[in-house]
Write a protein that binds this ligand. Structure first.
Ligand SMILES: [Zn+2]
Length: 170
């Protein structure tokens, strides 16, 4: 997984359900928090207004969950443009942000994933709603992680399996 995809995931997971309390948590509650997040993860300082950034994040999360592109197609038409790239007469369309902006940069990542046939690997855990990139060979991962030892510390798949097992045996 490329580093910029990880950054994109960090952004999508600025809204999350906390592990221990199972509470919905919003990290981007003010302009200063957004600025700090951008600086830390993207090393850029210019962004759209907080409201617009949050809408983009929520629309993207919705896209990952429902696979409907209507809302984001609108964003694409405003935020990016394409340039033809020539690599030894192999031509590709290279997405570029219309202006250097936070959403523009993120949109480019999203479009590149789609171009690389990787967009389906962006997934949302059906349990905790954590967004992750499924880098498994088969691309059939369903939950954010299966073990507690994983980086995110979640064990949704395991919990779900236990639940299914209990339901079956009860
Ligand atoms: Zn999960």
């Amino acid at each position: 997984m490329e580093l910029n995809v990880q950054r994109f995931l960090d952004f999508l997971n600025t809204w999350y359900i906390s592990n221990t309390l199972r509470q919905e948590t919003e990290l981007l509650t003010s302009d200063s928090e957004l600025a700090a997040f951008m600086k830390k993860h993207f090393h850029i300082e210019k962004a759209e207004p907080l409201e617009e950034v949050i809408k983009f994040r929520n629309d993207t999360r919705e896209l990952i969950q429902s696979r409907t592109f209507t809302k984001l197609n609108q964003v694409f038409s405003e935020k990016i443009t394409f340039e033809i790239k020539d690599e030894n007469h192999k031509y590709t369309l290279e997405p570029r942000a219309v202006s250097e902006s936070f959403i523009g940069n993120l949109t480019v990542i999203l479009v590149k994933l789609a171009q690389d046939q990787q967009l389906h690997r962006l997934k949302m855990c059906p349990d905790c709603q954590y967004v992750f990139f499924d880098s498994s060979r088969s691309g059939t991962k369903k939950w954010c992680s299966m073990t507690k030892q994983s980086k995110s510390g979640r064990a949704c798949g395991t919990i779900s399996k236990v639940r299914t097992y209990r339901e079956k045996t009860n």
